[in-house]
Design a protein around this ligand. Structure first.
Ligand code: AMP
Length: 553
């Protein structure tokens, strides 16, 4: 039985409420800036806990959120797990059929939804997949016209409840959070975070060997709170007693620039695309980053030029980090070791652009195709395996996926890496057939199946090609049935993808080829196609640029 000393999230909230009670939580909302302190935060979290209890939520139940980064979402981060329920953050950027699978698989009983995302949820909510949902709560002060039912607004939901809650003693193995990750094939897989995993991730990423978050910091997670708890920063910042700044729904570079300047943000975090956008904004506008000390960039490889520009033009230190949904999520951070600061710029920046050193508490192995550990020489490569207290050892109700990806508590990450003699890992490839564009997954296999479903397509494959802004974009290679009008076919294929998938899944190009190159085992040889893409003269029927929408359109 837990005796109150288990590793749970409760003490982080308790300490911040009492010892940093006047530190602020700031949130950009559709109606302007909301601002309160940890004391008020704690009271609202307690009221939320009472509301959940009155709504029949019990220990072990799942509560979903369909929300961007704001103070109400942050209230669910402590309110839900501390009553013993499980906070299931849902990625609203996924296709409808994935959202249906996720809500049904998790059996969510209550769903918190942002006003700006209601319309998107209404379609999936009509399916049987949402049968277990008993209550929708709109993250606002009132409820707009909607088919979601029964529905209430958040402020009414928590109103009239006491501002104190007698938090239970929980077992540290009690699941506290949940997030789904997309695989190569099939439906997204659930990853559960126990209190102990979130506690240990918080304690490991808090100090300088992790993300170095302190009470004096003003922390703005731009990485969405539906992406592995915004890399754990709402928990870490609370543990530190730092000021939180939440950038609200779909923030533009101008919104981020304003918040950084007006709130004095010292530390922020997000995928490379966000920071490339901010630098672009800075070329045309005044960009005051004088308060900003550090940026954590991860989720996709941070280009060396990005790291250098922030350093040289804005005096902002970039910490390149690597992680995964299954890792809660932080695994490595590219800190320089003593003495490296004095290295010449090129040598130093090459190091900083690597994914970096393991966070203390983790262990790794790098395994080559023969099952042997590779040399740490920066040359030999293999698959990165990791284990540690905040690394998952099991997918939610997916034993076949667990068997494939976990061996003796080692998580096989699917990332192919080299390790240099100083221990810095560098990702050189991905063992799995997926595309990550602007920090979001696109399933090449799903797109291929859709394309091959067209009567005039004999074979099709989709590969990820490097892209300056989005890191990767999908390109389709299609073998058409003989005698087909290729231009008309490519228009039809693009229209079909646009209709059935999020618009940013639409391939940037459809290229017609005579045959898909195959490996010796008969699999599509995507490496050859990626190389060919670099030489467009080798492919026929290049679709004009304007046929393909940008991921942000
Ligand atoms: P997710 O589970 O969606 O967080 O995605 C995890 C995957 O994103 C990793 O396995 C990597 O393939 C990729 N990734 C995350 N961080 C980085 C990084 N800093 N550099 C390159 N790839 C990254």
């Amino acid at each position: 039985m837990p005796g109150g000393t288990d590793q749970t999230l409760r003490p982080f909230l308790w300490r911040a409420e009492r010892m940093y009670s006047d530190r602020e939580i700031v949130s950009r909302t559709a109606s302007g800036i909301e601002r309160y302190d940890y004391r008020t935060y704690g009271e609202r979290v307690a009221r939320l806990a009472h509301a959940l209890e009155e709504g029949g939520i019990e220990q072990g139940d799942r509560v979903g959120t369909f929300c961007w980064n704001h103070h109400r979402h942050f209230e669910t981060y402590f309110g839900v797990p501390n009553v013993g329920a499980q906070l299931h953050t849902i990625n609203p950027l996924l296709p409808d059929h994935h959202i249906e699978h996720i809500v049904s698989d998790a059996n969510d009983r209550v769903l918190f939804v942002d006003p700006s995302l209601i319309e998107q949820l209404e379609g999936p909510a009509e399916s049987e997949a949402f049968d277990a949902v008993e209550q929708y709560v709109v993250m606002d002060e009132d409820v707009p016209e909607t088919s979601l039912s029964p529905v209430t607004d958040y402020e009414s939901f928590i109103a009239d409840h006491p501002t104190e809650y007698d938090w239970p003693d929980l077992d540290e193995d009690q699941p506290a959070g949940m997030c789904y990750t997309s695989g190569t094939t099939g439906n997204p897989k659930g990853v559960e975070y126990t209190h102990q995993m979130l506690w240990s991730h918080t304690m490991a990423t808090l100090p300088a060997s992790g993300l170095d978050i302190r009470a004096e910091d003003v922390v703005m997670p731009v990485v969405p709170m539906f992406h592995v708890n915004a890399w754990g920063m709402p928990f870490t910042s609370t543990a530190a007693g730092a000021k939180h700044v939440y950038p609200g729904p779909s923030p533009e570079p101008a919104d981020l620039a304003k918040l950084i300047e007006e709130e004095g943000v010292t530390l922020s975090a997000g995928v490379p695309t966000v920071w490339l956008g901010l630098l672009e904004y800075g070329q045309e506008n005044d960009l005051d980053l004088s308060s900003l000390e550090r940026l954590i960039i991860g989720g996709a490889a941070a280009p060396e030029s990005l790291i250098r520009t922030f350093d040289e033009e804005y005096d902002v230190e970039v910490l390149h980090a690597w992680g995964m949904t299954e890792m809660s999520p932080i695994g490595t951070v590219s800190h320089l070791k003593p003495g490296m600061e004095e290295w010449d710029d090129d040598r130093r920046d090459e190091k900083r652009a690597k994914q970096g050193l393991l966070v203390p508490g983790l262990e790794m192995r790098v395994i080559d195709e023969d099952g042997e550990e590779v040399e740490w020489d920066g040359e030999e490569f293999g698959e990165l395996w990791i284990r540690g207290p905040w690394v998952t050892t099991e997918y939610f109700e997916r034993p076949e996926a667990t068997e494939e990806d976990v061996e003796d508590s080692w998580l096989k990450t699917g990332d192919v890496v080299t390790v240099d003699p100083e221990g810095y890992i560098k990702i050189v490839d991905r063992a799995k057939d997926v595309i990550k564009s602007g920090g979001e997954w696109i399933s090449s296999v799903e797109l291929e199946n859709a394309l091959m479903g067209h009567d005039d397509v004999s074979e099709a494959t989709v590969v990820g090609v490097p892209h300056e802004r989005w890191q990767e974009r999908p390109v389709a290679f299609v073998v058409p049935v003989e005698g087909i009008d290729e231009e008309a076919l490519s228009e039809e294929l693009l229209a079909m993808v646009r209709e059935n998938y999020p618009k940013w899944w639409t391939p940037d190009d459809v290229l017609f080829i005579d045959e898909v190159p195959k490996t010796s085992t008969g699999k599509f040889d995507k490496k050859v196609l990626r190389e060919r893409y670099d030489d467009p003269s080798l492919v026929e029927g290049n679709v004009p640029e304007e046929a393909a929408p940008d991921a942000t359109d």
